[in-house]
Write a protein of this length. Structure first.
Length: 260
């Protein structure tokens, strides 16, 4: 988990399994939005906005074997005009094996094999996202799990009483392991990414429903709607990247209204 002070709400999952979700109210009610291609600087050790790689530079790890097999099936549906590296994928496969049951999407020219580059006729971006657009389905049906979830992250938490807690929060630098500390930039730390027209729990509703289920989502949304009401909004704990920063006698730093 990231941030300084955060607000949380815990919602129990109906049933006998004693499972609950601990939800990061601060991030869910923030104005975060993905700014891929609109100011995103990438996740390399130096800012590289012109490369338009977003968070695709290191490939995507398979969530499990089902995730791996599903992405392979989706890759077979891609057309040459949608996928710049289709020839490579068809010949070598789309996954690189890292361990006994650990796989990461193959890298081509130092980025994910599914990432079309700026010189591609269809433009930069994920080929599997283009497939979703062609099929008129949500991109969660075509992409690796981690790709449609980011910047959301679900973290299991062990409890002493044997119950099961899952934490729903943002995918911050620590989600990448030690390598995350080397990034020159990460989106959930930049005010430029907190310019959305609606809170995360609404803008990413399809993804969140898939992660926590409809019942918990509906209860969460009801709570957050009330939390953002006129009467309660003034006490909301704002996300650190949304809060104007003042150091010593410096003037307050205002959020930018426009970006690249």
């Amino acid at each position: 988990m990231t941030g300084l002070v955060r607000e949380w709400v815990t919602i129990a999952v109906p049933g006998k399994d004693r499972k609950r979700w601990q939800i990061d109210v601060t991030f869910m009610t923030s104005s975060y939005r993905c700014i891929y291609g609109c100011g995103c600087q990438g996740i390399l050790t130096e800012p590289t906005p012109d490369w338009v790689q977003g968070c695709c530079s290191y490939g995507a790890h398979a969530d499990d074997l089902d995730d791996k097999n599903h992405v392979e099936k989706m890759a077979k549906k891609l057309l040459p005009e949608e996928w710049q590296f289709k020839a490579v994928g068809d010949k070598k496969g789309v996954w690189a094996k890292l361990g006994k049951e650990s796989f990461r999407t193959r890298l081509v020219d130092d980025a994910c094999i599914f990432l079309n580059r700026p010189d591609f006729e269809a433009g930069p971006g994920c080929a599997l996202h283009l497939l979703a657009l062609r099929k008129d389905v949500h991109f969660s049906q075509t992409k690796p799990t981690v790709c449609w979830q980011v910047p959301l992250r679900a973290i299991p938490k062990e409890e002493d009483d044997g119950s099961d807690t899952w934490v729903l929060t943002e995918f911050s630098r620590d989600g990448w392991g030690e390598g995350g500390e080397e990034f020159a930039w990460w989106c959930t730390e930049d005010p430029a990414a907190f310019t959305g027209g609606e809170p995360v729990y609404k803008s990413m509703e399809p993804e969140i429903r898939l992660m926590i289920g409809d019942t918990v989502y509906n209860e969460m949304a009801q709570y957050l709607d009330a939390r953002l009401s006129v009467a309660a909004a003034s006490t909301r704990v704002a996300h650190p990247a949304e809060v104007p920063v003042s150091i010593g006698k410096r003037k307050t730093r205002e959020l930018p209204h426009n970006f690249g």
